[in-house]
Design a binder for this molecule. Structure first.
Ligand code: IPD
Ligand code: CA
Ligand code: CA
Length: 298
């Protein structure tokens, strides 16, 4: 059951902050921004930095005791009981290219006193805002998940063969990622794999039932903290690739509607054990067949 909105503790203030931040992103997006490189294809813009600064200020006003851990470098009050994981702009590459798929992501962790720095607390609140569609995804632990105030649930699709799924690829050390093999296999076994470029929105889409599953290698806590709670509160599951508990620093993410989770974990297990990929023609084989067809058509 989704609890009445009036009972929510952190979501109302965090939603106002995410909406203001999203409004700034929309302005930057319409003006166009210059892009800098953090790594070989890892981009950052003035929008990422300005909006992180805005969120940092607003969180400090609304929740003066809370810590803030932001992608663009904010590390405030890291000893406190509460800590916000902030991605001011998830989908920077899209944003920089004028591709309208990006969001603001805010996830709140509660850390019991004395917890070791490397241990996870509990994610207790989540807000993801898509400023281009004006869609606000929210959740508090034990109180259900919502999109624009309406309760949301994961989909009821029970088989990968009938699922629409999503993934993403890293913008650093791209040659170390095996993900294209998983992309290959999932493409042949599902209704399709989307690679839309915002991990936080991908997770929000699993929570809202638009996607049955999402996976990615090498994500960071600011990408996943809010989406994790949305997925769980909407009735889905999120784990590592072996089906073990999801951790903020585990880097790997496998999220689903729950119903297809065991099938996905099984597929990951088989692939990691060396099972061959479903065969498709190599470019050369394809070219040879094409040449034969052209010749036959004369
Ligand atoms: C990226 C996006 C993308 C994912 C990358 C992330 P950023 O975040 O979520 O979808 O594939 O791994 O780094 O850099 O745009 O905040
Ligand atoms: Ca991100
Ligand atoms: Ca970002």
């Amino acid at each position: 059951m989704t609890a009445p909105e009036a009972e929510l503790v952190w979501v109302p203030a965090a939603s106002a902050i995410a909406r203001e931040a999203g409004g700034r992103l929309r302005e930057f997006f319409s003006q166009g921004v210059e892009t800098e490189y953090k790594g070989d294809v890892d981009l950052v813009t003035v929008a990422d930095r300005t909006v992180e600064k805005l969120i940092r200020t607003r969180l400090a006003e609304a929740f003066p005791e809370h810590g803030v851990y932001g992608e663009e470098g904010t590390r405030d009050r890291m000893e406190g009981e509460f800590r916000w994981y902030v991605d001011p702009l998830d989908g920077t590459t899209n944003f920089a290219h004028g591709f309208p798929q990006f969001c603001v992501s805010l996830g709140l962790e509660q850390r019991p006193p004395g917890i070791a720095p490397e241990q996870d607390g509990t994610i207790v609140a989540a807000v993801i805002y898509d400023p281009m569609r004006d869609e606000l995804y929210t959740a508090e632990r034990g109180r259900g998940a919502r999109v624009n105030g309406k309760p949301m649930r994961v989909s009821r699709t029970a088989e990968l063969a009938e699922a629409l799924v999503a993934t993403g690829f890293p913008s650093r050390k791209r040659h170390d990622s095996p993900n294209v093999h998983f992309y290959h296999e999932f493409t042949l076994r599902s209704h399709g794999v989307r690679r839309a470029g915002s991990a936080a929105l991908d997770l929000a889409y699993v929570a809202s039932g638009r996607l049955e599953a999402f996976w990615e290698f090498n994500l960071n806590p600011w990408d996943t903290a809010a989406g994790f709670l949305l997925v769980e509160e909407a009735g889905g599951r999120m784990s590592d690739f072996a089906g073990g508990p999801f951790r903020l620093n585990s880097r790997e993410v496998l999220a689903s509607n729950g119903l297809i989770h065991a099938e996905l974990v099984g597929l990951f297990k088989e692939m990691f054990a060396g099972r061959d990929l479903a065969p498709i023609p190599t470019p050369r084989e394809f070219a040879e067949r094409r040449a034969l067809r052209t010749e036959a058509a004369g």
